[in-house]
Ligand binder design. Structure first.
Ligand code: AMP
Length: 114
């Protein structure tokens, strides 16, 4: 796949407010936050969309979600609640083609989405 801006963030070529990192996952604040907390959890390995995940990625995806839930608990908004979203392709509203889990919290989020 072609590189995205997220690869540059992983390599520290452009700045980001990083809130979590391990060997396989990076999390940083969304530059255009839609809630008081809006963080993106991404695999360091570039995978373009949900459609590109294979069986071998099950562990990685699980760890991505668990990293987000740990973050929610550590930041103290787990009980109030939050939303995790992965947008896929055009109709899903995906704009950066490197899988990312949005974590939104800190206000009442509306449903259904527009
Ligand atoms: P999506 O529309 O689901 O692909 O989400 C992409 C997200 O990446 C958007 O919420 C953008 O605000 C965010 N984004 C784009 N560039 C950056 C950046 N350089 N640093 C942090 N977040 C970014």
């Amino acid at each position: 796949m072609s590189e995205t801006i997220f690869s540059k963030i992983i390599r520290r070529e452009i700045p980001a407010e990083i809130v979590y990192e391990d060997d396989d996952i990076l999390a940083f604040r969304d530059i255009n936050g839609q809630a008081p907390t809006h963080v993106l959890f991404i695999p360091k390995r570039p995978i373009a969309t949900l459609n590109d995940l294979g069986e071998d990625d099950a562990n990685l995806v699980g760890r991505l979600v668990l990293a987000a839930t740990r973050y929610a608990k550590a930041q103290g908004f787990a009980e109030d609640g939050y939303r995790c979203v992965i947008n896929c392709n055009r109709d899903g509203g995906q704009s950066v083609y490197h899988i990312h889990l949005h974590v939104l919290a800190g206000r009442q989020l509306s449903w259904p989405p527009g």
